[in-house]
Design a protein around this ligand. Structure first.
Ligand SMILES: *[C@@H]1O[C@H](CO)[C@@H](O)[C@H](O)[C@H]1NC(C)=O
Ligand SMILES: CC(=O)N[C@H]1CO[C@H](CO)[C@@H](O)[C@@H]1O
Length: 752
């Protein structure tokens, strides 16, 4: 065979400063060992002293933190950064580009407004890619006529929008985002463009009015319904949980009337799908929808590459498909790659990211780190898959990419009508019975984070994956804009991840020998999110309570054991701040991130653990909560001013408020004691760390105290939460005081 020297289609660079980071990590792990030794020796030496049980608990918490910290090193050890070369791809393969099927998933027209959905659809329809090879599928799990109507309108608007966006190379290609960007940055000077822009804007607003009217009235205008045959599929529709498959090919190259844009060029294929739903069949949430899409698309277009985006994640860069293909089509390494994950970037994040939604450390550090040891996780949106690996093909050394498309031969015979009917059968409830779908093919079932477990299963079959984080972000979505939403989202994620650990595909057992040890550790970091709650809860309550009673749980400042604690606090604090700056964050943003870190661990994760345990004993059913994408005006003003939004009453908020108040009580009463007693400020020497910890917890909880006592707006903590949490905190506070007095009385020792 002739070997042709070719430049690669992508380049991989190692992260800088690795030696520095690794030395820091080693020094930190030494200090962790010292702390463990300190606890052990103290517990063994001092039998029967004050607070023995508390010391044991501290040891437990520190063992956990140390172990968990060790796991997090796996994805920080070896960062790599990728760089694709689009020009080389164009030069070599422009004529041979593979078909790409794009899946957009929506599930509820009330929380995911149809206008948002079709903006996403339009943005991916206008990718800079040969349109005969581009196919867009919308899966509507609500089976909503309004969403269908919106898509129908969008397919007409696309005839104007796609030629316009290509002619003037507009970016981004979501019409809403584009109009918003030119409203703020001004028009281009090209007079042709300005003229056409006026027309296209008018069309857009007309379409928007139609869709929003239909949304408002809850129905599609009658004349539209009569005009388009697709609506007749709703005749037998009884509810969103009980209807037959609704499938409509809105644009297809075989339909000569409807498949061309206004300039006469072919439009991408566009398909609407609402798979069959029956009450007696479990629908498997998004994973079920994706698998129906995989089968239906294989019958209609069978693109070799599948892109999956959530309906709120529009494409912000028309070249992203080509970027992704550089990885798949690379001659040397491309065949090993199963998927290319892009980061999920959120538009609705304020400057200092009040809710820590951008997860900067994950997208800027941990995923490049994951890429350095075998590949990142699949996180559901903004991910390009090779169809074969997603459908369950195992990797073998003989495997080679084959981009030759044969689909045209295969589909020549069937008419569009037949194609629709044939495809409908593939999305029925019973199709998957006695098949491997959901088990070894397609997205895996039985887990609320179907994406992560699917990515893991693919990697366990020998495939690699790639993480590409372009400077100009490829996909932009919406993040939750209130604290309860954020907490609920994290509850779902952490619960799902914990279930992966307990599932057949556990990275700990199943992954053994199939993926690298570093990958196993890295996956475990996410799978063990939820169990973190116990150690964190312990650390954020017990030391404060013991501080109140003057019982030390940490070494004195003058003791040599103080050094490892100080090193870890200062070192890890500084490191996390520097890492945050490196990721492009602000100081205030870092502080907010610390707060959310605490809130997640003391509420979302705790509830996730409790629910997992309950579910294990058969008590509660899994529910899939979609985070809402609409906000009211007042709330969005507060959002812009970065005022924390509590709003609703929920057990999670009550819990957070209780912990915050408990720490406040402890802190204030210690301050009072210290001020009243002579030499009271000795405590700064003897119990410095405990005092610091409690003070830190009070300062970081400031927004909660404001929400409880000072704010008057609708976003404050509701009165019921305030009352409950004050009562609870007082209960704990008093009963603990009584307990310690009792314990002290029994054993006859009191230090003070
Ligand atoms: C989205 O794309 C626009 C150009 O169209 C760019 O100016 C902007 O920076 C991009 N957004 C992000 C977050 O990268
Ligand atoms: C859905 C949502 O929350 N949208 C908001 C995103 O942020 C902008 C301003 O930052 C608001 O205007 C939107 O309402």
């Amino acid at each position: 065979m002739e070997i042709i020297e070719q430049t690669p289609l992508f380049d991989t660079k190692k992260g800088r400063g690795r030696l520095l980071y690794r030395s820091f990590a080693v020094s930190l792990s030494v200090c962790i060992c010292f702390i463990w030794i300190y606890r052990f020796s103290h517990i063994i030496d001092s039998k029967g002293e004050d607070g023995k049980w508390a010391w044991l608990g501290m040891l437990g918490a520190e063992l956990w933190f140390g172990f968990y910290w060790l796991l997090t090193q796996a994805f920080r050890w070896n960062l790599v950064f990728r760089q694709p070369f689009r020009n080389r791809l164009t030069q070599r393969y422009e004529k041979k580009l593979p078909g790409v099927d794009i899946f957009v998933c929506t599930a509820d027209p009330d929380i995911e407004p149809p206008m948002m959905v079709i903006n996403t659809v339009l943005s991916v329809m206008s990718y800079d890619y040969p349109t005969e090879k581009l196919n867009v599928y919308l899966s509507d799990d609500a089976g909503s006529q309004i969403t269908f109507y919106a898509l129908l309108e969008a397919s007409n608007f696309a005839k104007y929008w796609i030629p316009f966006s290509k002619r003037f190379k507009v970016e981004p290609r979501s019409p809403a985002a584009y109009f918003k960007s030119i409203d703020s940055s001004g028009y281009s000077s090209d007079s042709d463009q300005v003229k056409e822009l006026t027309t296209i804007k008018k069309l857009y607003h007309e379409m928007k009015r139609h869709i929003e009217d239909a949304t408002k009235f809850g129905e599609v205008p009658k004349e539209v319904r009569l005009k388009h045959k697709g609506f007749s599929q709703w005749d037998s529709y009884s509810s969103r949980r009980d209807h037959g498959t609704i499938l409509e090919i809105l644009v297809h190259k075989r339909d000569p009337e409807n498949s061309k844009d206004v300039d006469g060029f072919l439009l991408p294929t566009l398909v609407y799908l609402a798979r069959e739903k029956r009450p007696q069949y479990f629908h498997n949430f998004k994973a079920g929808a994706m698998n129906s899409l995989l089968r239906v698309s294989s019958n209609i277009s069978n693109g070799k590459i599948v892109l999956n985006v959530d309906c709120d994640m529009y494409s912000n860069h028309s070249q992203s498909v080509r970027d992704a293909l550089c990885f798949f089509m690379d001659e040397e390494k491309g065949h090993k790659i199963a998927y290319v994950q892009f980061p999920q970037i959120f538009e609705n994040v304020t400057k200092n990211d009040l809710y820590g939604s951008s997860l900067l450390a994950i997208s800027e550090v941990e995923f490049p780190g994951a890429d350095g040891c075998g590949g990142p996780l699949y996180i559901g949106s903004g991910c390009f898959h090779k169809r074969e690996s997603l459908c369950g093909l195992k990797f073998s050394d003989q495997y080679r990419n084959d981009w030759n498309t044969s689909e045209d031969y295969q589909f020549k015979e069937a008419s569009l009508k037949e194609l629709e009917e044939e495809s409908k059968a593939l999305a029925s409830c019973t199709y998957e019975e006695n098949t491997l779908w959901g088990k070894e093919m397609g997205l895996r079932y039985g887990c609320p984070v179907e994406d992560v477990i699917t990515g893991l299963a693919i990697q366990c079959q020998g495939w690699k994956s790639v993480y590409y984080n372009p400077p100009r972000k490829a996909f932009l979505g919406l993040a939750p804009t209130t604290l309860p939403q954020t907490l609920v989202q994290h509850k779902r994620w952490s619960e799902g991840d914990l279930q992966i650990l307990l599932s057949k595909y556990s990275p700990a057992w199943y992954g053994f020998g199939r993926i690298s040890l570093a990958q196993q550790m890295g996956y475990s970091v996410y799978c063990l999110w939820a169990p973190n709650c116990f150690a964190t809860l312990y650390y954020s309550i017990i030391p404060s309570l013991y501080l109140l009673k003057g019982i030390p749980l940490f070494p004195k400042m003058s003791s040599p054991w103080f050094i490892p604690f100080a090193y870890i606090i200062v070192g890890e604090g500084t490191y996390s701040l520097l890492e945050f700056f490196f990721c492009g964050g602000t100081f205030q943003g870092w502080w907010n991130d610390q707060r959310i870190w605490l809130y997640k661990r003391t509420s979302s994760y705790l509830f996730a653990c409790i629910d997992t345990i309950l579910k294990h004993f058969g008590f509660s059913d899994s529910t899939f909560i979609i985070t809402t994408k609409v906000t009211e005006e007042e709330a969005s003003k507060r959002h812009e001013k970065e005022i924390m939004e509590f709003g609703t009453s929920s057990p999670m908020l009550t819990l957070l408020a209780t912990f915050a108040l408990l720490n406040l009580f402890c802190f204030l009463s210690v301050l009072k004691d210290a001020a009243l007693r002579e030499g009271g400020f000795e405590i700064c020497e003897t119990m410095a760390l405990q005092f610091l910890l409690c003070g830190f917890l009070v300062i970081i909880n400031l927004p909660i105290y404001q929400g409880l006592f000072l704010r008057k707006d609708n976003g404050r903590l509701p009165g019921s939460v305030a009352i409950k949490s004050i009562l609870l905190a007082l209960c704990v506070f008093i009963s603990f005081s009584l307990y310690l007095d009792w314990e002290g009385g029994i054993c006859g020792y009191r230090t003070k």
